[in-house]
Design a protein around this ligand. Structure first.
Ligand code: MG
Length: 242
């Protein structure tokens, strides 16, 4: 059967007017529903009640090291990278989440560019949100603090008000089909000291120091904190599964 352009248009107009008619006949309650009821969350000392606390200042019981026990320094409610000891990672694996983490560059300014106050937060162990001293420390922009390392620069370079920085990271994992083909890219939103620096950024693939990101099929993964040889500090780390 052959439809002319005008008959197609006429059908579309009829459908639109029918839908408009249906809309006019609707009551407010026709588009309101009551279940499921969202869970109640309360906030205690800034931490949502449904969060898993990954570091509360006391110990590294939620973490392990590259070679066994997590061997970073815990003192005065602060976690500090022990240079040379390797990365640490959560015991638990995660998929989609909201992560809160606070960090501070070393007091003693040493090195420059990528060599100064470098650490990082690897989402599902594969995608790095960069941690770097960003005060008078020029480097490639897609390697600065708040960058999705080597992929996207931050939208702004945000200086910490009191040297402690906060990252609030909202992450949606990439999805793969049963043949391990990517069907939707991962995305990440990052608020750096409350300022949006990654806005629903699409993740092209794994963080690579040399070469292009790789697409690797994977399931849930840990949060990894990077040992880049600098005594960067962390505190108040919590996560909410989404
Ligand atoms: Mg890094």
């Amino acid at each position: 059967m052959n439809f002319s352009l005008s008959s197609v248009l006429a059908i579309a107009l009829l459908a639109a007017s029918a839908s408009l008619q249906a809309q006019t006949n609707m009551k407010p309650s026709d588009t309101e529903y009551y279940s499921p009821v969202p869970p109640t969350v309360t906030i205690n000392n800034g931490i949502p009640s449904d969060a898993t606390i990954l570091f509360d200042g006391k110990d590294l019981s939620k973490w392990k090291g590259e070679k066994g026990k997590a061997d970073w320094i815990v003192a005065n409610n602060i976690l500090e990278v022990k240079p040379g000891s390797g990365t640490i990672q959560t015991n638990e694996n995660f998929t989609d989440f909201q992560l809160h983490i606070e960090w501070k560059s070393p007091e003693v300014i040493k090195g420059e560019g990528q060599g100064r106050g470098n650490s990082g937060i690897f989402l599902q162990g594969l995608y790095e949100i960069q941690v770097l001293d960003n005060v008078n420390n020029p480097t490639y922009v897609n390697g600065g603090a708040g960058s999705l390392y080597k992929q996207r620069p931050p939208l702004a370079q945000v200086i910490a008000p009191d040297k402690w920085h906060t990252y609030d990271i909202i992450y949606k994992a990439p999805q793969f089909n049963k043949d391990s083909l990517l069907i939707s890219k991962g995305t990440v939103t990052v608020l750096h000291n409350g300022v949006v620096v990654q806005n629903n950024t699409q993740i092209d693939g794994t963080t690579e120091y040399i070469g292009l990101p790789k697409i690797v099929s994977h399931g849930p993964g840990p949060i990894i904190l990077q040992d880049h040889g600098n005594p960067v500090q962390f505190r108040n780390i919590w996560i909410r599964k989404l």
